[in-house]
Ligand binder design. Structure first.
Ligand code: PLP
Length: 754
């Protein structure tokens, strides 16, 4: 091992390890990993998967690759011997934040599991120059700055492969970049990312603004540019088409090279469409097959057999509907095909609600996906049931055989082995190393639930991780939290449906309690991590209210001994890896029916946190596995919520007026204390929103939330052993949520690879 790293280094700069700079060592490690990854690639025979996704939130890759290649420990020891720290190298690596949140992170976990299970499956996406914006929290307000991740030492390797793509009547050249995806004791697959050589980072203006009209210069500059105006929405269509057209050409070329004549494309390729962003791959493939002489009807059949679609949300605003005029401008070559598909779909049913083109000439991307792929899956059992029974019921009646569920998962290599080495070692000592490849083996830990000594060692690891997080928060943000307190964490994108505002109201209530002399059973540290979309006003107001409350509490020493509120700046994968292992109580408090699955909930569970949650998304399946004693469930059920939306009788103002507890908490937003510490416009707007509209029904769940959270705090304080048992049971039951299980199910039911 020493020889290997040393050899890479000498080749690179003629230096010995000891004399090389950290950056030189980092570069040498990167090259070593890439060479070893290449050795693990294997020829493909039979069917190969292409996972097309606008997002791959891969996070930093160095440690993950070293772990998957089985050389992490040796590398660390070798560096340490030369006086170098692997952790320092990790800090040098910029995080590729090529995703917004759960959907993009899922795609990254899936690539890891495909390679680990030795399945041939590559990703197709875009090489954004800036990933998700960098969040700055100054003076209680979020601002955004660009997050460049493309440095000289970069995992994405440029290739000489380019494909022509027609955009708005001109032809651009899409260049292929590749990132090796290593499996854990498995194979190496590829993440294929397309870009234009003409993109110009120099056109960036203030913050993250830029000229949206100059397509050749801006096309891949940003992940999901702000789409609050027409130029931004058009840019999204440009991005999507670049991805699917170059991706479809790559797929056809690779299959042809393996002997496919395109009539039998489905024997060579399976294409998974991750949400509706890549949906144009359907008409694009039909168009390209047409160029190879395959008639429309047969092309439709081939594409239907090849493609499958994953639905990620029932939030109406997230289901893409593009005005046909936009497509006529950007991709006129697809418009006749989309019209033909619409006509064909209309021959299958009288029900016009399933049409692709609606009365306002908008193209419903999800409708095209369901008609012209062979599989539509939801991402958790409850979500799939809601799709079948309400959101997509008309489609389910038409194609019952197409609908199936694939409950999401996470890769245990990153979310246990990498982020929580102490816990992994402890588990390995107790039950052996088998759980790393077969997550179901974690259940062997159930034998230890009455073993006091074991419970104590697991509790000691949590205490250690909390100290580490406290240290990190201090170094990063200059705040000192009490590591002996109970840590509750809510980290995920900021969205009203995820209800950070419910947590906010709880914290205000807790502040009152402490001021009135009712000390909590245990000091509480509440940690948030969340980015708000740049144009999402209320989400930014919620961030402002949390930051302002945090300031008010910190300034009151009588309260701050018992309650601290911390907002982690710029939540991303690297931050998640620090936060999750240190959590006692995992906040999964979305409005029931709105969170399709969640994956943060699984990461926390795996790291021995207990969930406080609504019966939403995969929380339902977590509860089934751990049992009611090992999770804190509260709130209205999804049926109640769906019914309430149908009837349309929710009246926030009545709840606000009718419950003095609620009213007092909401009114505190515009109290003298808050107004003195924060900004009036933002606080008043949030107050109006909560007391007058509250679209995600925070107020009806407030009291139930308060009761369950207080109960969790009491249990934590008064029965430490019982609490440790709950934590251990959560770890032991987390095996089902491995993305290895999810991928095995996709392969069994949808892809049939190899
Ligand atoms: C897992 C993850 C998410 C998704 O979290 P949810 O709680 O499921 O919304 C978002 N962002 C990052 C950085 C993650 O690692």
């Amino acid at each position: 091992m020493y020889e290997s790293i040393g050899a890479e280094l000498r080749a690179l700069c003629g230096k010995e390890l000891r004399e090389a700079t950290d950056r030189e060592v980092y570069r040498a490690l990167l090259q070593m990993v890439q060479r070893r990854a290449a050795e693990q690639s294997r020829p493909v025979s039979g069917r190969k998967l292409y996972y097309i996704s606008a997002e791959f939130l891969i996070g930093k890759l160095l440690s993950n690759n070293l772990i998957n290649l089985g050389i992490y420990e040796e590398t660390r020891a070798c560096l340490a011997e030369a006086g170098k720290s692997l952790a320092a190298m990790e800090e040098l690596e910029p995080e590729p934040s090529l995703g917004n949140g759960g959907l993009g992170r899922l795609a990254a976990c899936f690539l890891d599991s495909l390679a680990t299970l030795d399945l041939p499956g590559d990703g197709i996406g875009l090489r954004y120059h800036c990933g998700l914006f960098h969040q700055n929290l100054k003076d209680g307000v979020q601002s955004e700055s660009p997050d460049f991740w493309l440095t000289d030492d970069c995992w994405a390797q440029r290739t000489e492969t380019v494909y022509p793509v027609q955009l708005a009547g001109t032809t651009v050249q899409a260049r292929l970049y590749r990132i090796a995806v290593t499996g854990y004791q498995g194979r190496t697959n590829q993440l294929n990312l397309f870009d234009l050589d003409t993109v110009n980072e120099g056109i960036l203006g203030e913050g993250i603004s830029f000229d949206k009209a100059d397509i050749p210069e801006n096309l891949t500059l940003f992940l999901y540019p702000d789409d609050s105006d027409d130029a931004g929405r058009l840019l999204r269509i440009y991005q999507q088409y670049l991805m699917v057209s170059a991706g479809a050409q790559l797929i056809l070329e690779e299959c042809a090279a393996r002997g496919c004549d395109y009539h039998n494309l489905a024997d060579y390729a399976a294409i998974q469409i991750n949400d509706t962003h890549p949906s144009m791959v359907i008409p694009e493939l039909i168009r390209l097959l047409g160029e190879h002489g395959i008639a429309f009807e047969e092309a439709v059949e081939i594409v239907t057999k090849t493609c499958a679609y994953t639905n990620h949300t029932i939030l109406a605003e997230a289901l893409e509907k593009w005005p046909l005029g936009y497509l006529e401008k950007v991709v006129p070559q697809l418009v006749p095909i989309i019209r033909q598909l619409d006509a064909l779909a209309r021959t299958r049913t009288e029900d016009t609600s399933t049409a692709i083109l609606d009365g306002e000439n908008r193209v419903h991307m999800a409708h095209m996906d369901i008609h012209f792929t062979h599989s539509t899956n939801g991402v958790a059992a409850l979500h799939t049931e809601i799709l079948k029974n309400s959101e997509l019921a008309n489609f389910y009646r038409l194609y019952p055989e197409k609908f199936n569920n694939k409950t999401n998962g996470i890769t245990f290599r990153r979310w246990l082995l990498q982020c929580n080495p102490k816990l992994s070692r402890e588990i390995e000592q107790r039950i052996g190393p088998g759980f790393k490849k077969d997550a179901g083996e974690l259940e062997k830990l159930m034998a230890l639930t009455e073993d006091r000594e074991a419970l104590e060692s697991f509790a000691a690891i949590k205490a250690f991780n909390k100290k580490q997080l406290a240290q990190w928060l201090y170094e990063k943000q200059g705040v000192w939290v009490n590591p002996d307190a109970m840590f509750t964490i809510q980290s995920k994108r900021l969205h009203e449906y995820k209800r950070q505002q419910l947590n906010l109201l709880f914290l205000i209530h807790q502040y009152f309690q402490i001021k009135a002399g009712h000390k909590p059973a245990v000091p509480l540290v509440c940690i948030f991590g969340a980015k708000a979309a740049p144009a999402y006003t209320i989400a930014k107001d919620i961030i402002h209210a949390l930051l302002t409350l945090s300031k008010v509490i910190a300034a009151d020493p009588k309260v701050s001994r018992y309650l601290q509120v911390v907002f982690v700046e710029n939540y991303n994968v690297a931050a998640a890896e620090k936060m999750i292992p240190a959590c006692d109580l995992s906040e999964q408090i979305s409005l029931a029916s709105k969170e399709a699955s969640g994956t943060g909930n699984m990461k926390f569970m795996l790291n021995g946190a207990v969930t406080l949650g609504t019966m939403d998304g995969a929380n339902v399946e977590i509860a089934q596995r751990v049992g009611q004693e090992n999770i804190y469930v509260f709130g209205r059920t999804s049926n109640q919520v769906i019914h309430r939306y149908q009837v349309g009788d929710y009246n926030a103002h009545e709840w606000y007026e009718g419950d003095p507890n609620i009213r007092r908490a909401v009114d505190f937003l515009v109290s003298d204390e808050m107004l003195a510490a924060g900004r009036e416009e933002q606080l008043r707007r949030l107050h109006r929103e909560l007391s007058g509209k509250d679209w995600f029904q925070t107020l009806p769940d407030f009291n139930a939330y308060l009761v369950r959270k207080t109960q969790a705090m009491m249990d934590y304080a008064h029965d430490p052993e019982g609490w440790s048992r709950k934590c251990l049971i959560n770890i032991a039951q987390a095996g089902f949520f491995s993305s290895d299980r999810t991928i095995a199910e996709y392969n069994r039911d949808i892809w049939h690879l190899g």
